[in-house]
Each structure stands twice: as structure tokens, then as C-alpha cells.
Design a protein around this ligand. Structure first.
Ligand code: NAD
Ligand code: DAU
Length: 352
């Protein structure tokens, strides 16, 4: 990978990935293609904005003409598609934007890449790759036993996960039909710096710091498998460089926790290190998410055996680093919890 389009590079995982790659690979050239929705934030990339190996273009991935011109302008050989509407709760209130970006946007990128990378003989140029960043939510929900493997049948429940599963199937079809060099990665819940405070961990941190109630959906005993974002970035880097084409790789942290455990971890760090008045009395159980998946758990054996990847950051260390980052970056949080966020918060949580 030399000349890469990273879509959604101003979002949480995309910006962490760009920062990671520019540190790691002196030869890389990255074009960050991002529409800058509410979730996109160029502040995340301040330290690299003048790097000659990095260019930002504000663009919708559904804009076929615009994307096509970028392939020509930069002679792109790799696409890593992070761009998505990513928040399950928003997909329940407003599904159509998820279908548009996650399904149509992915298909648009894929189709342009196929055209640009054609070798003129029904095959593809050497060294090209399309990586679709997907999610474990496409597998649906687990009972108390078992794990998601790459051959677990897709059974998405929310409009978000259904749109991601649809995109995965379109990417798969380009391999099955055209033998286009693609990979799909399916990762569990990420946490770390630059995550928008609609997601569980940064929302709870922000609420603790503002002495707001901590809204736990239902009984709070739902389970997610948490992975520090840098470990996810390392896995994507390995798959894009060394992954066998046509393969799906699950990525997970061996780190299943209940939501209540996560919320209590945030409370206890802030109580001990920042503000003694923050405690469990802030927790409020609120109406559950519609169609709420009970448990996610990833079996990451395949990526471990094939590419030697394993998570490096233990949860206790990762959560400390993450909360510390939010405490040290108050300006970043203030910037993102502006008027639009307050409106979202009120609509999502008021009277719930
Ligand atoms: P995010 O919401 O923080 O960022 C998404 C980015 O995509 C934003 O910068 C946004 O501006 C951009 N975007 C949205 N619509 C666009 C469009 N039409 N054209 C161009 N850009 C657009 O998301 P995230 O949490 O960083 O997730 C990134 C990817 O990883 C997503 O595909 C998501 O499904 C997947 N994923 C996320 C997690 C997680 O825990 N956050 C876990 C597994 C997989
Ligand atoms: O599993 C990977 C997925 O993880 C990604 O594909 C998604 O893009 C990402 O948003 C995330 O989805 P979740 O729905 O698991 O994440 P979220 O942070 O929204 O919620 C985590 C859990 O916490 C979930 O069980 C719902 C619960 N929750 C969430 C919020 C925001 C609460 O109890 N209260 C809350 O206020």
C-alpha cells in the first residue's frame, strides 16, 4: 500500500488510523476523504495537516464523479473504507442516511475502484486492495455461550448493522464475481481518544465531568467485547498489507464486559483521580434500546494464526489512558458538545 484513500478519516477510528500510519510508514501517501458529518472532526488531525504525505478532501463517498477524479489525481492503489454512519441509536431514529452512506456509498467506492484498477484483461493491476471496515454487529446477538467466527451466519438486527451487512455482501460479491482484491474486517467495540460522546464510554466520561446522570439502557447487563482503538488500527494495517484476498478477518479484544462494569470503571477512575463527588448514585437505568443485542464476543483466532495479530492493550490500561486523554483534552470535548450535540442528547435521552 502506497497511495491510499482512507474514507471517514476525520472520524474516531479513521483519524486514529491516519495518525498511526503516518508515524509508522515514511513511504505512505494518504488522501483522507470525509464528508465531515457531525462525527467528522479535523481537529483530530491537526498534528498532520501540513504533512506532505497527507491530503484532506471534503467529499461524500456517494459522489461518484468526485471520487473517480481522486483516483486519477492521486493514482490510488488502496482504499480503506471507514466512512459510515456508525451510531446504532441514530439508525433507529433515522435509518435512511445509514442505507445511503453505508450501502450506496460503499458500492460507489467499490465500483470506481474496480474500474480504475482493471488491467484491461478481466483482471486487476498488481498490488491493489479494497478493505471494508465492518463490524461484529453483522453477526447479530449471542447467548451466554459461544463466539462470532468468520463463518457465523450474518443476522443483523438494527438498521445500522443491516446496512453494514449489506455493504459486506456487496464487497464479497466483487470478489466472488470479479476476483477483485478485497478484504473485510469485522471488529468489536472500540474505545480510545477522539471518540464522539454519543458512544458509551465518552458519553459516560463527559456526563461524569458535568455531574449529569449516567443513562444505562435496561438492566445494563448487556455485554460488549472492548478493544483499544490502536490495536484495531494495527490489525487493519496488517490485513491491508498481508491479508489473503477475499478473506474476512474478525478482530476482537478477548475483553467481554457488561455495560455496568464499563460505567463503574469510568466512575471509579474519575472519583479517584478527578472529582470525589462522582459516584454510582449518578447511574440511572433508562428505557432499553429497541432490538438491543444482548452479547457480542469475537473469536479472533483466524487473524492471530494467519497474521500474528493479537490485542496488546489490556483493558485496565486502555481505559485509564482513554479517560486521561479526555481529562487532558477538555477543549476537544467542549468543541464537539456544541449546540447540535445538546439537541441530539435531549431528543435521545429526555424523559427516557
Ligand atoms: P465515526 O462515526 O466516528 O466516523 C465516521 C466518519 O465517516 C466521520 O468522519 C464522518 O464524517 C464520515 N462520513 C459519514 N458519512 C460519510 C459520507 N457519506 N461520505 C464521507 N464520509 C462520511 O465512526 P467510527 O466509530 O470511527 O467507525 C469507523 C468505521 O468502523 C465504521 O465503518 C464503523 O462501522 C466501523 N466500526 C466501528 C466500531 C466502533 O466501535 N466505533 C467497531 C467496529 C467497526
Ligand atoms: O460492536 C461494534 C459496534 O460498536 C460498532 O459497529 C458501532 O459503530 C459502535 O457504535 C458500537 O455499537 P454499540 O451499540 O455496541 O455501541 P454504543 O457505544 O452505542 O453502546 C455500547 C453499549 O452501551 C450498548 O449495549 C448500548 C449501551 N449504552 C449506550 C449508550 C450510548 C447505554 O447503556 N447507554 C448509553 O447512553
Amino acid at each position: 500500500m502506497k497511495r491510499v484513500i482512507v474514507t471517514g478519516g476525520a472520524g474516531f477510528i479513521g483519524s486514529n488510523f491516519i495518525l498511526y500510519e503516518l508515524k509508522k510508514d515514511p513511504e505512505i501517501f494518504i488522501v483522507n476523504v470525509d464528508k465531515l458529518t457531525y462525527a467528522g472532526n479535523l481537529e483530530n488531525l491537526k498534528e498532520v495537516e501540513n504533512d506532505p504525505r497527507y491530503v484532506f478532501r471534503q467529499m461524500d463517498i456517494c459522489d461518484a464523479e468526485g471520487v473517480s477524479a481522486l483516483f486519477d489525481e492521486f493514482d490510488i492503489d488502496t482504499v480503506i473504507n471507514f466512512a459510515a454512519e456508525s451510531h446504532v441509536d441514530r439508525s433507529i431514529s433515522d435509518p435512511m442516511v445509514f442505507i445511503r452512506t453505508n450501502v450506496l456509498g460503499t458500492a460507489t467506492l467499490l465500483n470506481i475502484a474496480r474500474d480504475k484498477w482493471s488491467d484491461g484483461n478481466g483482471g486487476f493491476r498488481e498490488g491493489v486492495k479494497f478493505l471494508q471496515v465492518s463490524t461484529d454487529e453483522v453477526y447479530g446477538s449471542l447467548g451466554p455461550e459461544g463466539f462470532f467466527r468468520e463463518d457465523t451466519p450474518l443476522d443483523p438486527h438494527s438498521p445500522y448493522s443491516a446496512s453494514k451487512a449489506s455493504a459486506d455482501l456487496i464487497v464479497k460479491s466483487y470478489y466472488d464475481t470479479f476476483r477483485m482484491p478485497v478484504n473485510i474486517t469485522r471488529c468489536s467495540n472500540n474505545y480510545g481518544p477522539y471518540q464522539f460522546p454519543e458512544k458509551l464510554i465518552p458519553l459516560m466520561i463527559n456526563n461524569c465531568l458535568n455531574h449529569r446522570e449516567l443513562p444505562v439502557y435496561g438492566d445494563g447487563l448487556q455485554i460488549r467485547d472492548w478493544l483499544y482503538v490502536e490495536d484495531h488500527c494495527k490489525a487493519i494495517d496488517l490485513v491491508v498489507r498481508e491479508g489473503e484476498v477475499g478473506q474476512v478477518y474478525n478482530i476482537g479484544g478477548h475483553n467481554e464486559r457488561t455495560n455496568l462494569f464499563i460505567v463503574n470503571s469510568v466512575i471509579s477512575y474519575i472519583h479517584d483521580n478527578q472529582d470525589e463527588t462522582v459516584d454510582e448514585s449518578l447511574i440511572r437505568h433508562v428505557t432499553d434500546r429497541k432490538g438491543h443485542d444482548r452479547r457480542y464476543g469475537i473469536d479472533p483466532q483466524k487473524i492471530h494464526d494467519a497474521l500474528g495479530w493479537e490485542p496488546e492493550t489490556m483493558f485496565e490500561n486502555g481505559i485509564r489512558k482513554t479517560i486521561r486523554w479526555y481529562l487532558d483534552n477538555g477543549e476537544w470535548i467542549d468543541g464537539v458538545v456544541s449546540g447540535a450535540y445538546q439537541k441530539y442528547y435531549d431528543e435521545m435521552y429526555r424523559g427516557r
